[in-house]
Design a protein around this ligand. Sequence first.
Ligand code: COA
Length: 378
Amino acid sequence: MGESKYVPGLEGVVACQTRLSMVDGARGRLVIGGYDVDQLAERASFEEACTLLWRGALPAKEEVPGIRKELAALRALRPETLDIIRTARNAPPIDALRMACATLSLDVSNPNDLSGAGDLAMAKRLAARFPTVVAAHSRLRQGLDPIPPRPELSMAENFLYMVFGEKPHPAAAKALDTYWVTVIDHGMNASTFTSRVIASTRSDMVSAVTGGVGALKGPLHGGAPGPVLDMLVDIQSADRAEDWLKKELAAGRRIMGFGHRVYKVRDPRAEVLARAAREMAGADLHNKKLYDLACAVEQIALRVLEEHKPGRNLKTNVEFYTALVLQSIGLSPDQFVAMFACGRVGGWCAHVMEQHGQDRLIRPQSEYTGPIHETTRA
Ligand code: COA
């Protein structure tokens, strides 16, 4: 093997082969399971997108009700999981989700079954239960009882029902479904890589996904949309945006919702989610003023960032419009990253299955920069 060179942040390093998604950063293209992200978001529900990743093809129309029914039957949480969420009710939602996630193998006879069938069964449980965990936490932290899931509702409808206690407006359920499909998978992002590294040791899916939740939490990955909303609220009106942004940059802070390790043009998911936010504004479910402000701030930020880092191509990423979509369906900023996890879990599970199939330990090397002490050997 030739001598390999340390690459900070593993930038540009190809860490695995995958059939799950392709990110073309130069052209701004994201292909998930063979479909461009905008097409997939238009034609598939979250349940169908999970099926696409887990078995390699979208389900036929007549299969969809059965798939939905099977996932819906797995939504309810065990009392032990609810106890953990109750104990963690004052923790941020993403931390409560991480703690609860680790308990989701409790009712499986062999959680260490890494066969295709074992992994698939676990993937269905995880995807079905993540929204129930986030909804239960949302209720418990308000001093309210969790609302049991309703199996006849879609995953997105049921989540909103479990949070708000009533069947949601169809446009809100559609926006959430679009969001989850849009973020379901995205190449070798940090949390997916984390899950794959764990799976590569022949560890189980719940362990791998729990690690993925931990990696997603950070503001450089999934934790950005909360701060995006805070930024818009703070800016208040478009005429204040330029000053606000310049002050942030002068203070050495990053503008959330902009820049990407791979995309050097606008993130294609931003396009899909901007449309979803616009539709919510059109359906009068969204604060139209906030949407208009976001559009104006986006343009000003792109100009200010180009002046700040000429030629770096710091463009709008997925998190900018995520903030608007999730706010429009009534969620609070500290819940946004947990909502991201409810979508990305479909991709994490698919990557764990793929990694178990490849069965190759991921074990890179490090470059030692410490001292070497001369010792006298007897
Ligand atoms: N605001 C201000 N400056 C930014 C920036 C942002 N949003 N994103 C990158 N930069 C700057 C960096 O500070 C760096 O400057 P330097 O070379 O003078 O140190 C330069 O642009 C290049 O960025 P780089 O550090 O190479 O990018 P990266 O690949 O490490 O980072 C992100 C990618 C996403 C982590 C980064 O763009 C970022 O922090 N964005 C804000 C958080 C966010 O929106 N995260 C969600 C990602 S989907």
